[in-house]
Design a protein around this ligand. Structure first.
Ligand code: IPM
Ligand code: MG
Length: 368
Protein backbone atom coordinates (compact mmCIF):
# COMPACT_ATOMS: atom_id res chain seq x y z
CA UNK A 1 0.00 0.00 0.00
CA UNK A 2 1.41 3.38 -1.00
CA UNK A 3 1.56 5.82 1.87
CA UNK A 4 1.25 9.51 1.41
CA UNK A 5 3.35 11.73 3.63
CA UNK A 6 1.32 14.61 4.98
CA UNK A 7 2.58 17.38 7.22
CA UNK A 8 -0.19 19.09 9.18
CA UNK A 9 0.43 22.67 10.21
CA UNK A 10 -2.76 23.77 12.01
CA UNK A 11 -1.33 27.16 13.06
CA UNK A 12 -3.38 29.73 14.94
CA UNK A 13 -6.94 30.87 15.53
CA UNK A 14 -9.50 28.57 13.96
CA UNK A 15 -6.70 26.66 12.16
CA UNK A 16 -6.51 23.86 14.77
CA UNK A 17 -10.32 23.58 14.94
CA UNK A 18 -10.79 23.10 11.21
CA UNK A 19 -7.72 20.84 10.96
CA UNK A 20 -9.28 18.53 13.54
CA UNK A 21 -12.16 17.88 11.13
CA UNK A 22 -9.70 16.99 8.37
CA UNK A 23 -7.98 14.56 10.73
CA UNK A 24 -11.31 12.74 11.03
CA UNK A 25 -11.36 12.39 7.25
CA UNK A 26 -7.76 11.19 7.13
CA UNK A 27 -8.80 8.52 9.65
CA UNK A 28 -11.83 7.63 7.55
CA UNK A 29 -9.83 7.20 4.34
CA UNK A 30 -7.10 5.29 6.21
CA UNK A 31 -9.67 2.73 7.35
CA UNK A 32 -10.55 2.22 3.71
CA UNK A 33 -7.01 1.50 2.65
CA UNK A 34 -5.72 4.92 1.65
CA UNK A 35 -2.59 5.16 3.74
CA UNK A 36 -1.45 8.48 5.09
CA UNK A 37 1.63 9.01 7.19
CA UNK A 38 0.99 12.22 9.09
CA UNK A 39 3.21 14.49 11.12
CA UNK A 40 2.24 17.66 12.87
CA UNK A 41 4.18 20.82 13.62
CA UNK A 42 3.81 24.45 14.61
CA UNK A 43 3.59 27.52 12.40
CA UNK A 44 2.75 31.19 12.88
CA UNK A 45 2.03 32.56 16.34
CA UNK A 46 2.06 29.07 17.79
CA UNK A 47 5.62 28.57 16.53
CA UNK A 48 6.58 32.01 17.82
CA UNK A 49 5.31 31.19 21.30
CA UNK A 50 7.34 27.98 21.34
CA UNK A 51 10.50 28.92 19.41
CA UNK A 52 10.46 32.74 18.85
CA UNK A 53 10.28 32.20 15.07
CA UNK A 54 7.30 31.96 12.68
CA UNK A 55 8.41 28.48 11.61
CA UNK A 56 11.30 26.38 12.93
CA UNK A 57 14.06 24.91 10.76
CA UNK A 58 12.84 21.51 11.84
CA UNK A 59 9.33 22.19 10.58
CA UNK A 60 10.77 23.50 7.30
CA UNK A 61 12.72 20.24 6.89
CA UNK A 62 9.58 18.23 7.47
CA UNK A 63 7.71 20.38 4.94
CA UNK A 64 10.44 19.77 2.36
CA UNK A 65 10.24 16.02 2.98
CA UNK A 66 6.43 15.75 2.88
CA UNK A 67 4.41 14.84 -0.22
CA UNK A 68 1.99 17.58 0.77
CA UNK A 69 1.52 20.12 3.54
CA UNK A 70 -1.92 20.88 4.96
CA UNK A 71 -1.92 24.37 6.40
CA UNK A 72 -4.60 25.83 8.69
CA UNK A 73 -4.21 29.55 9.30
CA UNK A 74 -1.85 31.97 11.00
CA UNK A 75 -1.99 35.25 12.88
CA UNK A 76 -4.04 37.09 15.45
CA UNK A 77 -3.95 40.17 17.68
CA UNK A 78 -1.89 38.29 20.28
CA UNK A 79 1.16 38.62 18.02
CA UNK A 80 0.66 42.22 16.90
CA UNK A 81 3.79 43.29 18.76
CA UNK A 82 6.24 40.60 17.61
CA UNK A 83 9.25 41.60 15.44
CA UNK A 84 8.29 41.95 11.75
CA UNK A 85 10.54 39.08 10.65
CA UNK A 86 8.88 36.72 13.14
CA UNK A 87 5.25 37.79 12.56
CA UNK A 88 2.97 34.78 12.02
CA UNK A 89 2.48 35.48 8.28
CA UNK A 90 6.24 35.18 7.76
CA UNK A 91 5.92 31.43 8.37
CA UNK A 92 3.40 31.08 5.57
CA UNK A 93 5.43 33.23 3.19
CA UNK A 94 8.61 31.26 3.92
CA UNK A 95 6.83 27.97 3.20
CA UNK A 96 5.57 29.30 -0.12
CA UNK A 97 8.97 30.72 -1.11
CA UNK A 98 11.27 27.94 0.10
CA UNK A 99 9.09 25.17 -1.32
CA UNK A 100 8.85 27.09 -4.62
CA UNK A 101 5.04 27.03 -4.59
CA UNK A 102 4.54 29.52 -7.40
CA UNK A 103 1.10 28.41 -8.58
CA UNK A 104 -1.84 29.08 -6.31
CA UNK A 105 -5.14 27.56 -7.40
CA UNK A 106 -8.20 29.09 -5.78
CA UNK A 107 -11.41 27.62 -7.14
CA UNK A 108 -14.60 29.52 -6.37
CA UNK A 109 -17.60 27.26 -6.76
CA UNK A 110 -21.09 28.22 -5.71
CA UNK A 111 -22.84 25.06 -4.50
CA UNK A 112 -26.49 25.07 -5.62
CA UNK A 113 -27.64 24.88 -2.00
CA UNK A 114 -25.69 28.02 -1.12
CA UNK A 115 -26.80 30.38 -3.89
CA UNK A 116 -28.94 32.26 -1.38
CA UNK A 117 -26.11 32.56 1.17
CA UNK A 118 -24.13 34.95 -1.03
CA UNK A 119 -24.60 38.67 -0.58
CA UNK A 120 -25.10 38.78 -4.35
CA UNK A 121 -28.32 37.85 -6.09
CA UNK A 122 -28.96 34.15 -6.72
CA UNK A 123 -28.96 34.53 -10.51
CA UNK A 124 -25.53 36.18 -10.43
CA UNK A 125 -23.80 33.38 -8.50
CA UNK A 126 -25.85 30.22 -9.08
CA UNK A 127 -23.74 27.65 -10.92
CA UNK A 128 -20.58 29.71 -10.56
CA UNK A 129 -17.40 27.73 -11.23
CA UNK A 130 -14.28 29.84 -11.68
CA UNK A 131 -10.65 29.22 -10.93
CA UNK A 132 -8.27 31.94 -9.83
CA UNK A 133 -4.65 31.13 -10.60
CA UNK A 134 -2.53 33.41 -8.46
CA UNK A 135 1.23 33.77 -8.87
CA UNK A 136 2.51 33.09 -5.35
CA UNK A 137 6.27 33.48 -5.03
CA UNK A 138 6.97 36.76 -6.80
CA UNK A 139 5.71 40.29 -7.13
CA UNK A 140 5.43 42.83 -4.38
CA UNK A 141 5.31 40.16 -1.66
CA UNK A 142 8.97 39.30 -2.17
CA UNK A 143 10.53 42.04 -4.36
CA UNK A 144 13.61 43.84 -3.03
CA UNK A 145 14.17 46.49 -1.80
CA UNK A 146 11.49 46.08 0.82
CA UNK A 147 12.15 48.47 3.66
CA UNK A 148 10.99 51.11 6.04
CA UNK A 149 13.69 53.68 6.72
CA UNK A 150 13.92 56.84 8.79
CA UNK A 151 15.14 59.87 6.86
CA UNK A 152 17.40 62.66 8.11
CA UNK A 153 14.46 64.93 8.90
CA UNK A 154 12.96 62.22 11.09
CA UNK A 155 10.16 61.30 8.68
CA UNK A 156 10.03 57.82 7.29
CA UNK A 157 9.97 56.22 3.86
CA UNK A 158 8.58 52.77 3.03
CA UNK A 159 9.34 50.84 -0.13
CA UNK A 160 7.90 47.66 -1.57
CA UNK A 161 9.05 46.44 -4.95
CA UNK A 162 6.84 44.90 -7.61
CA UNK A 163 9.08 42.73 -9.72
CA UNK A 164 8.41 40.03 -12.33
CA UNK A 165 10.65 38.25 -14.81
CA UNK A 166 9.71 36.59 -18.09
CA UNK A 167 10.24 33.13 -16.64
CA UNK A 168 7.98 33.75 -13.65
CA UNK A 169 5.15 34.93 -15.88
CA UNK A 170 5.61 32.15 -18.44
CA UNK A 171 5.34 29.35 -15.92
CA UNK A 172 2.20 30.69 -14.22
CA UNK A 173 0.61 31.37 -17.63
CA UNK A 174 1.28 27.75 -18.63
CA UNK A 175 -0.39 26.49 -15.45
CA UNK A 176 -3.44 28.63 -16.20
CA UNK A 177 -3.75 27.53 -19.84
CA UNK A 178 -3.19 23.87 -18.91
CA UNK A 179 -5.96 23.97 -16.31
CA UNK A 180 -8.27 25.81 -18.70
CA UNK A 181 -8.00 22.91 -21.18
CA UNK A 182 -9.93 20.68 -18.79
CA UNK A 183 -12.53 23.43 -18.29
CA UNK A 184 -14.09 25.92 -20.71
CA UNK A 185 -10.67 26.74 -22.18
CA UNK A 186 -10.92 30.44 -21.48
CA UNK A 187 -8.22 32.41 -19.67
CA UNK A 188 -8.63 35.96 -18.43
CA UNK A 189 -5.35 37.60 -17.48
CA UNK A 190 -5.51 40.51 -15.03
CA UNK A 191 -2.81 43.18 -14.53
CA UNK A 192 -2.41 46.96 -14.55
CA UNK A 193 -0.54 47.46 -17.80
CA UNK A 194 -2.00 50.97 -17.97
CA UNK A 195 0.07 52.00 -14.93
CA UNK A 196 2.72 49.38 -14.18
CA UNK A 197 5.73 48.11 -16.15
CA UNK A 198 5.24 44.69 -14.59
CA UNK A 199 1.74 44.81 -16.06
CA UNK A 200 3.11 45.60 -19.53
CA UNK A 201 5.49 42.63 -19.35
CA UNK A 202 2.78 40.39 -17.89
CA UNK A 203 0.46 41.13 -20.81
CA UNK A 204 3.20 40.58 -23.42
CA UNK A 205 4.40 37.30 -21.96
CA UNK A 206 0.92 35.84 -21.45
CA UNK A 207 0.07 36.72 -25.07
CA UNK A 208 3.26 35.10 -26.29
CA UNK A 209 2.68 31.86 -24.35
CA UNK A 210 -0.87 31.78 -25.65
CA UNK A 211 0.14 32.19 -29.26
CA UNK A 212 3.04 29.75 -29.14
CA UNK A 213 1.59 26.96 -27.01
CA UNK A 214 -2.14 27.34 -26.40
CA UNK A 215 -3.56 29.08 -29.46
CA UNK A 216 -6.82 27.11 -29.27
CA UNK A 217 -7.64 28.63 -25.89
CA UNK A 218 -9.57 31.87 -25.62
CA UNK A 219 -7.47 34.61 -24.01
CA UNK A 220 -8.64 37.98 -22.80
CA UNK A 221 -6.67 40.67 -21.01
CA UNK A 222 -8.44 42.64 -18.32
CA UNK A 223 -7.21 45.43 -16.08
CA UNK A 224 -7.18 44.25 -12.48
CA UNK A 225 -9.53 46.97 -11.20
CA UNK A 226 -11.99 46.13 -13.94
CA UNK A 227 -11.61 42.44 -13.07
CA UNK A 228 -12.69 43.27 -9.51
CA UNK A 229 -15.75 45.05 -10.85
CA UNK A 230 -16.60 42.28 -13.33
CA UNK A 231 -16.28 39.65 -10.59
CA UNK A 232 -19.11 41.31 -8.72
CA UNK A 233 -21.13 42.31 -11.77
CA UNK A 234 -21.06 39.12 -13.81
CA UNK A 235 -18.68 36.53 -12.33
CA UNK A 236 -19.84 33.69 -14.56
CA UNK A 237 -18.12 35.30 -17.57
CA UNK A 238 -14.81 34.01 -16.10
CA UNK A 239 -13.37 30.53 -16.37
CA UNK A 240 -9.70 30.72 -15.37
CA UNK A 241 -8.47 34.07 -14.07
CA UNK A 242 -4.68 34.33 -13.93
CA UNK A 243 -3.03 37.18 -12.10
CA UNK A 244 -0.08 38.26 -9.98
CA UNK A 245 0.50 37.75 -6.28
CA UNK A 246 -1.10 40.93 -4.89
CA UNK A 247 -4.02 41.19 -7.32
CA UNK A 248 -4.63 37.48 -6.79
CA UNK A 249 -4.81 38.00 -3.04
CA UNK A 250 -7.46 40.69 -3.45
CA UNK A 251 -9.46 39.15 -6.28
CA UNK A 252 -9.66 35.79 -4.52
CA UNK A 253 -11.24 37.35 -1.44
CA UNK A 254 -13.89 38.88 -3.69
CA UNK A 255 -14.41 35.54 -5.42
CA UNK A 256 -14.77 33.84 -2.05
CA UNK A 257 -17.76 35.95 -1.15
CA UNK A 258 -19.51 34.93 -4.36
CA UNK A 259 -19.62 31.37 -3.03
CA UNK A 260 -21.60 32.33 0.05
CA UNK A 261 -18.85 32.55 2.63
CA UNK A 262 -15.12 33.02 2.96
CA UNK A 263 -15.37 29.75 4.90
CA UNK A 264 -15.95 27.85 1.66
CA UNK A 265 -12.81 28.57 -0.36
CA UNK A 266 -10.01 25.97 -0.47
CA UNK A 267 -6.68 26.46 -2.22
CA UNK A 268 -3.69 24.58 -3.51
CA UNK A 269 -0.18 25.97 -3.88
CA UNK A 270 1.95 23.94 -6.26
CA UNK A 271 5.61 23.96 -7.24
CA UNK A 272 7.26 22.92 -10.48
CA UNK A 273 7.24 19.29 -11.53
CA UNK A 274 10.41 17.49 -10.45
CA UNK A 275 12.30 16.47 -13.60
CA UNK A 276 13.11 13.02 -12.19
CA UNK A 277 10.12 12.01 -10.03
CA UNK A 278 7.44 14.07 -11.79
CA UNK A 279 6.19 15.08 -8.34
CA UNK A 280 5.32 18.63 -7.33
CA UNK A 281 5.83 20.16 -3.91
CA UNK A 282 2.44 21.23 -2.64
CA UNK A 283 0.66 22.96 0.19
CA UNK A 284 -3.09 23.13 0.70
CA UNK A 285 -4.82 25.79 2.77
CA UNK A 286 -8.19 27.41 3.25
CA UNK A 287 -8.33 31.01 2.05
CA UNK A 288 -10.18 32.25 5.15
CA UNK A 289 -7.38 32.97 7.62
CA UNK A 290 -7.29 32.61 11.40
CA UNK A 291 -10.54 34.45 12.29
CA UNK A 292 -9.54 35.33 15.89
CA UNK A 293 -13.01 36.78 16.55
CA UNK A 294 -14.66 33.35 16.39
CA UNK A 295 -11.78 31.18 17.63
CA UNK A 296 -12.66 28.51 20.16
CA UNK A 297 -16.41 28.99 19.83
CA UNK A 298 -17.19 26.08 17.53
CA UNK A 299 -18.41 28.54 14.90
CA UNK A 300 -15.77 27.98 12.23
CA UNK A 301 -16.82 26.44 8.93
CA UNK A 302 -14.43 23.53 8.27
CA UNK A 303 -15.44 23.13 4.60
CA UNK A 304 -12.63 25.27 3.15
CA UNK A 305 -10.08 23.16 5.07
CA UNK A 306 -11.89 19.97 4.05
CA UNK A 307 -11.98 21.20 0.45
CA UNK A 308 -8.24 21.86 0.67
CA UNK A 309 -7.70 18.26 1.77
CA UNK A 310 -9.83 17.23 -1.23
CA UNK A 311 -7.51 19.21 -3.49
CA UNK A 312 -4.54 17.35 -1.94
CA UNK A 313 -6.21 14.04 -2.78
CA UNK A 314 -6.65 15.20 -6.36
CA UNK A 315 -3.47 17.13 -7.15
CA UNK A 316 -0.81 15.50 -4.95
CA UNK A 317 -1.98 11.91 -4.73
CA UNK A 318 -3.97 11.34 -7.90
CA UNK A 319 -6.84 9.98 -5.76
CA UNK A 320 -9.53 11.21 -8.12
CA UNK A 321 -12.25 8.82 -6.96
CA UNK A 322 -11.69 9.71 -3.33
CA UNK A 323 -11.66 13.43 -4.12
CA UNK A 324 -14.92 13.08 -6.08
CA UNK A 325 -16.46 11.12 -3.22
CA UNK A 326 -15.52 13.80 -0.72
CA UNK A 327 -16.94 16.53 -2.96
CA UNK A 328 -20.15 14.58 -3.32
CA UNK A 329 -20.39 14.24 0.45
CA UNK A 330 -19.97 18.01 0.90
CA UNK A 331 -22.57 18.74 -1.78
CA UNK A 332 -25.07 16.37 -0.18
CA UNK A 333 -24.53 17.65 3.35
CA UNK A 334 -25.11 21.22 2.17
CA UNK A 335 -28.14 20.14 0.15
CA UNK A 336 -29.60 18.55 3.29
CA UNK A 337 -29.61 21.99 4.88
CA UNK A 338 -26.73 21.44 7.32
CA UNK A 339 -25.01 24.80 7.78
CA UNK A 340 -22.41 26.38 10.00
CA UNK A 341 -23.25 29.84 11.28
CA UNK A 342 -21.52 31.72 8.41
CA UNK A 343 -23.91 30.09 5.93
CA UNK A 344 -27.11 29.71 7.91
CA UNK A 345 -29.95 32.06 7.06
CA UNK A 346 -31.02 34.36 9.88
CA UNK A 347 -33.32 32.59 12.31
CA UNK A 348 -32.32 29.08 11.21
CA UNK A 349 -30.29 26.57 13.19
CA UNK A 350 -26.57 26.34 12.65
CA UNK A 351 -24.33 23.38 13.46
CA UNK A 352 -20.90 23.55 15.10
CA UNK A 353 -17.53 22.97 13.45
CA UNK A 354 -17.39 19.44 14.88
CA UNK A 355 -20.96 18.65 13.83
CA UNK A 356 -20.17 19.67 10.26
CA UNK A 357 -17.13 17.36 10.22
CA UNK A 358 -19.23 14.53 11.65
CA UNK A 359 -21.94 15.15 9.05
CA UNK A 360 -19.36 14.77 6.25
CA UNK A 361 -18.08 11.51 7.75
CA UNK A 362 -21.62 10.21 8.08
CA UNK A 363 -22.35 11.09 4.47
CA UNK A 364 -19.13 9.40 3.33
CA UNK A 365 -20.31 6.25 5.13
CA UNK A 366 -23.68 6.51 3.41
CA UNK A 367 -22.11 6.98 -0.02
CA UNK A 368 -19.63 4.11 0.16
C1 IPM B 1 -3.85 34.68 1.64
C2 IPM B 1 -3.55 35.51 2.85
C3 IPM B 1 -2.04 35.71 2.96
C4 IPM B 1 -1.58 36.49 1.74
C5 IPM B 1 -1.57 36.41 4.25
C6 IPM B 1 -2.05 35.68 5.49
C7 IPM B 1 -0.09 36.61 4.29
O1 IPM B 1 -4.24 36.70 2.81
O2 IPM B 1 -3.31 33.57 1.53
O3 IPM B 1 -4.65 35.12 0.80
O4 IPM B 1 -1.62 37.73 1.71
O5 IPM B 1 -1.17 35.84 0.78
MG1 MG C 1 -5.63 36.86 1.21
Amino acid sequence: MATHKLLLLPGDGIGPEVMKEVEKLIGWFAKRGVGFETEKDLVGGAAYDAHKVAISEDAMKRAQAADAVLFGAVGGPKWDGVPYAARPEAGLLRLRKDLGLFANLRPAICYPALADSSTLKREVVEGLDILIVRELTGGVYFGEPKELVTLEDGSQRAVDTQLYTTGEIERIARVAFDLAKKRRNKVSSAEKSNVMKTGVLWRQVVSRVHKAEFADAQLEHVLADNAAMQLVKNPKQFDVLVTDNLFGDILSDIAAMLTGSLGMLPSAALGAEDAVTGKRKAMYEPVHGSAPDITGKGLANPLAMIGSFGMALRYSFGLTEEADLLEKAVTNVLASGTRTKDLAAAGTNAVSTTDMGDAIVKELNALS
